[in-house]
Design a protein around this ligand. Structure first.
Ligand code: BGC
Length: 481
């Protein structure tokens, strides 16, 4: 009886996380779909190079703004509500882009989709991290990354299937279906219990926890969350305070290196890279791209259980070694420039690169960013780091082809390879291990590292702090038990 009850709670938790991760699916689909659709849009609207770049990069710009400004909103209105806002924006953006009468409407609707992507990119992992039990938080938050990779694969597949009829409007419009599922699903999801505690709604937080946790674990979790809420500084002051600044630095660094090590040169330009590497037929290059998308999904699935078992740091460092090595080989194949087995080497190194990214920086970047900030400003911190991720994404996307033209593809991949070494040194030096710790224990140990003794992770509350906490939020005095 007890067991089946626990199983029900576990299933409910997975259902909640599955629905929230649909935001990742839209992130992946709407960023990936344009690579195939743009060929036909260009033809239909007679776009110049500059206009084409405008339509393609509108999403990245929107995502930058959405992630930058969404953070404070998510701290104010809640994680669930901001995700609902993003889902509705996904619906509108997909519809408008599918029926756009000209390139201006298209650019506008793609920027709107970008806003939704930017918001989802930080709010979904944040929501998942705050609702997940710490033992399996790595894998639950990374469901979002799995959904991103599935979305990318789906977009490649849709592009490939609709290419013969040049139906770019359908390619863009299909995104409306997962967006509707997300919007409807979110209506039934509970708000993040940690966010509710922050707003002084402990009673509701306890109710949510009771529906997804074993009863005996709830009290400890609630106490720990309360302890972490003693901060009184204003939001931006706290973000730049002595002890949070290093956290901001590590989160922003991770976000930057996730992009600066070159992943989206493969995700956005794979067919062009494959053609540069000798796949003369566009059809073959596109099929090989589908293959890469598939490898990305499978490697992410393999990564999920490892993240909580092996830990974030060793996987990140191992993954970066694989990425750096494969980029080096990739660069070399361009210098040797012959066909035959070198083609094979080029494709193999691409596969190794995708696998190495998919098990490491892909999921773990978003995971660690959503774990390290103190609750009081978690939304703000995560969103600032995400906006750096989108800005770096934009920068890599617009410089890649120029770099290829000036220093050649070989030199370009070597630059990314060197950046992998820099990223590994950065991670080795500043990124903490967060495996097996509750968000509150992570916060407490980061405070300790930086000599800020306010809360202890032991579950013992300092009376003075409780008093201060209740004075600030009188509603939290309500104890339902
Ligand atoms: C990155 C995206 C990338 C995707 C590839 C995500 O974690 O943020 O920029 O396209 O992984 O799987």
């Amino acid at each position: 009886m007890g067991n089946s009850y626990d199983l029900r709670k576990r299933l409910f938790l997975y259902l909640i996380c599955g629905i929230a991760a649909m935001a990742g699916l839209l992130f992946g689909y709407d960023t990936g779909v344009i690579s195939g659709a743009i060929l036909f849009i260009r033809k239909d609207f007679n776009l110049t190079d500059a206009m084409t770049e405008g339509v393609v990069s509108a999403v990245l710009l929107g995502a930058f703004l959405g992630s930058l400004f969404g953070g404070r909103v998510s701290d104010l209105v809640g994680r669930r509500k901001i995700l609902i806002g993003a889902a509705i924006t996904f619906v509108i953006g997909s519809l408008v882009s599918a029926i756009s009468p000209n390139e201006y409407w298209l650019g506008f609707s793609r920027a709107l989709l970008g806003l939704a992507i930017g918001i989802s990119s930080f709010a979904a992992p944040l929501y998942l991290a705050e609702i997940a039990p710490f033992e399996i938080r790595g894998r639950l938050v990374s469901l979002n990354q799995l959904a991103i990779t599935i979305g990318i694969l789906a977009s490649y597949f849709v592009d490939y299937s609709l290419a013969s009829t040049e139906s770019w409007r359908w390619m863009l419009g299909i995104g409306v279906f997962p967006a509707l599922i997300l919007a409807i699903g979110l209506i039934f999801l509970p708000e993040s219990p940690r966010w509710m505690m922050m707003r002084g709604r402990e009673f509701e937080a306890r109710k949510t926890l009771a529906s997804i946790r074993d009863v005996e674990k709830i009290e400890k979790e609630v106490l720990e969350i309360r302890e972490s809420l003693v901060e009184t500084d204003s939001n931006w002051r706290l973000l730049f305070s002595d002890w949070v600044r290093p956290i901001l630095f590590l989160a922003v660094g991770l976000a930057f290196f996730q992009q600066a090590t070159g992943i989206n040169t493969f995700i956005y330009y794979a067919p062009s890279i494959l053609q540069m590497a000798g796949f003369k037929q566009a059809q073959g290059a596109i099929l090989a791209t589908l293959g890469l998308g598939f490898v990305n999904v499978v490697a992410t699935i393999i990564a999920l259980p490892l993240i909580d078992r092996v830990g974030r740091r060793p996987i990140l460092l191992g993954g970066l070694a694989g990425m750096g090595f494969s980029l080096f080989i990739q660069g070399m194949t361009f210098y040797l420039k012959t066909d035959g087995w070198l083609h094979l080497l080029s494709v193999s190194s691409m596969i190794l690169y995708i696998i190495s990214f998919a098990i490491s920086l892909g999921p773990i970047c978003w995971l660690v960013i959503s774990e390290v900030f103190p609750l009081r400003i978690r939304g703000l911190g995560v969103s600032v780091a995400s906006s750096i991720n989108w800005a770096s994404n934009f920068f890599v996307a617009i410089t890649f082809l120029t770099m290829v033209n000036t220093i050649g593809p070989g030199g370009t991949f070597w630059v990314y390879s060197v950046l992998c070494i820099v990223a590994a040194i950065f991670i080795y030096t500043v990124v903490p291990e967060t495996k097996g710790k509750s968000l509150e224990e992570i916060e407490a140990s980061l405070r300790k590292t930086h000599n800020v003794e306010v809360a202890s992770p032991s579950g013992l509350l300092v009376d003075l702090e409780i008093e201060r906490f209740y004075k600030v939020r009188p509603k939290a005095q309500h104890r339902e038990d």
